[in-house]
Design a protein around this ligand. Structure first.
Ligand SMILES: Nc1ncnc2c1ncn2[C@@H]1O[C@H](COP(=O)(O)OP(=O)(O)OP(=O)(O)O)[C@@H](O)[C@H]1O
Ligand SMILES: [Mg+2]
Length: 281
């Protein structure tokens, strides 16, 4: 699925003259792969994802879905059938009384039979390390924060959306669940989905993103290949972003005189770069 935003602007209402300008002149096209969305708190990431999901209508500019206006009848139908959004706050996503009903709702409304929907729901939940049999009858709102997030991710993954939008999906997850989420996002992209994922965590984006877009005060200020942007610690810092741990460690090693080459983004890449530097000395 190809989503094309041109000069999108959006304000939230407030007292006259006091509305919030959340997006300003945003132009970007996403079509396949994983796009990471970074930016400080309040920079517009959630608003942009909600525009992409068709939940918010911009007051300026246009959004096209495979070339059709997302606000028109055909375009909005195409978008609604293709999009899956994992909300930043899982409670906002839940509306069914049990985990099982939450998970099967979307599948049933897409025409799957009860048994098939339950099986797909169970598989998606297992990808996130949870057992449907154990949680089926529980209220989603009575789960722990991390469990809620994993159920929220699973309920969207189960639909196999061709436009997968995730709003800080790894926030508050333990390391194993975080890598399960990263693996699931990678698998979705490999199977052809277009993925946009907002995250403050450069380590997570280093593991999953092909491209990174940075928002500041509602404007796109950077839009670059992930390796280029995430590997440039000074650039990231100058935009108020925290570089990945491996990038920070590489900078510290260079300051201490170790000739670390390239721009390692993960622990494995950093280890390889240190070993190569040792081999040269
Ligand atoms: N429903 C709303 N009503 C009024 N203003 C809003 C609303 N939602 C967001 N805003 C404002 O729009 C701007 C962008 O908010 P948004 O939630 O998109 O930021 P964000 O980048 O997702 O931040 P965070 O990292 O904290 O999740 C902020 O100034 C915010 O206060
Ligand atoms: Mg947000």
């Amino acid at each position: 699925m190809r989503l094309t935003l041109s000069h999108v602007g959006l304000s939230f209402d407030g007292a006259p003259g006091e509305g919030t300008r959340a997006l300003e002149d945003v132009s970007l096209e996403v079509s396949g792969g994983v796009v990471g969305l970074m930016g400080q708190t309040g920079s517009g990431k959630t608003t942009l994802l909600e525009v992409m999901a068709g939940m918010l209508r911009p007051d300026e500019g246009s959004v096209l879905v495979d070339g059709r206006d997302a606000c028109g009848a055909e375009g909005s139908r195409a978008l609604a059938g293709a999009v899956g959004l994992v909300f930043q706050i899982p409670e906002r996503q839940f509306f069914e009384p049990t985990v099982e009903r939450e998970l099967v709702f979307g599948l049933r409304s897409r025409g799957l039979g009860a048994a098939e929907a339950r099986e797909r729901a169970g598989e998606a939940l297992a990808l996130m390390g949870l057992e449907l049999d154990e949680l089926a009858a529980r209220s989603p709102l009575a789960l722990s924060g991390g469990q809620q997030r994993r159920v929220a991710i699973a309920s969207v993954l189960a639909l196999e959306p061709s436009l997968l939008l995730l709003d800080e999906p790894t926030a508050g997850l333990d390391p194993r669940s975080r890598s399960a989420c990263v693996d699931a996002v990678r698998a979705a992209a490999r199977s052809g989905a277009t993925v946009v994922m907002a995250s403050h965590d450069a380590n997570v984006l280093a593991a999953v993103a092909d491209r990174v877009v940075v928002l500041e005060s509602g404007r796109v200020t950077l839009d670059d290949p992930a390796r280029e942007l995430l590997g440039d610690a000074p650039l990231m810092r100058s935009h108020g972003l925290e570089p990945a741990c491996a990038s920070r460690a590489a900078s510290a090693l260079r300051r201490a005189g170790v000739a670390v080459e390239g721009a390692p983004l993960t622990a494995d890449e950093l280890a390889a770069a240190i070993l190569a530097a040792r081999g040269r000395s």
